[in-house]
Design a protein around this ligand. Structure first.
Ligand code: ZN
Ligand code: CA
Length: 308
């Protein structure tokens, strides 16, 4: 979960998503003969009747810019914001592609996009009254063993006005630090505010809000969806993220201006699983990669996505 300044640190529930169909499955290696875990994505663009390209009814170009950022970040692509030269920085070998077909096998006119008039302009995410979890997602999800479901919405209401996005954790990964049950199939995926989805460096998307306008909210939430915990362990120095190559920290960072030492070692605010601004994030570590690949090989609805 990622919020502006206000940190809601509890993991009572976890939310998730993902996808790819048999005819989508490829035995994929990249130009260096590295096996690639390729995940097919559907973005449910939840709007309130706005024309395409206005307000919450974001354009295909904005969605595409976000998928590009995910690939730059997860592949540590040279020449992009996602590159780093840290000794523990990983190319996770995970990629994302917008689905070309809907669940009935029909070609999508806009790849990977499912436009939905959700019938309301704002979506509160309260603990007790939560129309996103109880109504929106169960009504509009696509089979999460075939598609990675992302919902873009306009967060609103007292409890979630500052929310950037949140994710459902994987189930039955066997990893420490995760519940066996991350949540149900019909809510599996990530939800992201449309003002934080996409990159202002890749097009004219005036509704994106700096400093969260470079697509790193999605990178962070997909990290959760693939089993990563916050880098500071959601607690003081005694709480860990279950990754040996990420430093302990006593609290999140909100920028990368100075490298703090809170638990006897320099922190890593550039990590995607911190709360730093988009423009200073650029690293998943090798241990974080290992957790995510473990999820893709073992978790229900995740392993089907990549053909296990
Ligand atoms: Zn988070
Ligand atoms: Ca650690």
């Amino acid at each position: 979960m990622k919020t502006i300044k206000i940190v809601l640190v509890f993991f009572i529930m976890a939310w998730i998503t993902s996808c790819s169909t048999d005819n989508n499955l490829d035995e994929i290696v990249d130009e260096n003969e590295v096996f690639i875990y390729r995940i097919h994505v559907v973005v449910h663009v939840v709007h309130y009747g706005e024309p395409i390209g206005q307000g919450a009814n974001i354009s295909y170009e904005q969605v595409k810019s976000q998928i590009e950022v995910l690939n730059e970040d997860f592949r540590k692509m040279v020449g992009t914001n996602g590159y780093n030269d840290n000794p523990v920085g990983a190319d996770t070998t995970i990629e994302f592609v917008l689905a070309d077909k809907d669940p009935d096998g029909n070609l999508l006119t806009e790849p990977g996009i499912d436009r939905i008039n959700g019938g309301r302009s704002e979506w509160p995410k309260g603990v007790f009254r939560n129309p996103i979890e109880t109504s929106l997602k169960p009504t509009y999800y696509w089979d999460p063993s075939q598609y990675f479901n992302i919902w873009t919405i306009n967060f609103g209401g007292f409890v979630s006005r500052d929310l950037l996005g949140y994710a459902q954790f994987p189930s039955r990964s066997g990893l420490p630090g995760l519940n066996a049950d991350g949540g149900s199939a019909e809510t599996d995926g990530v939800v992201i505010g449309y003002k934080y989805f996409g990159s202002s460096e890749k097009g004219d998307f005036p509704e994106l809000v700096a400093p969260y306008d470079l697509g790193r909210t999605a990178t962070h939430e997909v990290g959760h969806w693939l089993g990563l915990r916050h880098i500071w362990g959601d607690g003081d120095c005694s709480n860990d993220d279950y990754c040996l190559d990420t430093p302990n920290a006593s609290a999140p960072n909100y920028d990368c201006a100075s490298i703090k030492i809170s638990c006897d070692e320099p922190e890593m605010p550039q990590n995607y699983m911190d709360y730093s601004y988009d423009n200073c994030m650029n690293i998943f570590t090798e241990n974080q990669k290992k957790r995510m690949i473990t999820v893709l090989k073992n978790s229900i609805r995740r392993k089907e996505l990549i053909g296990y």
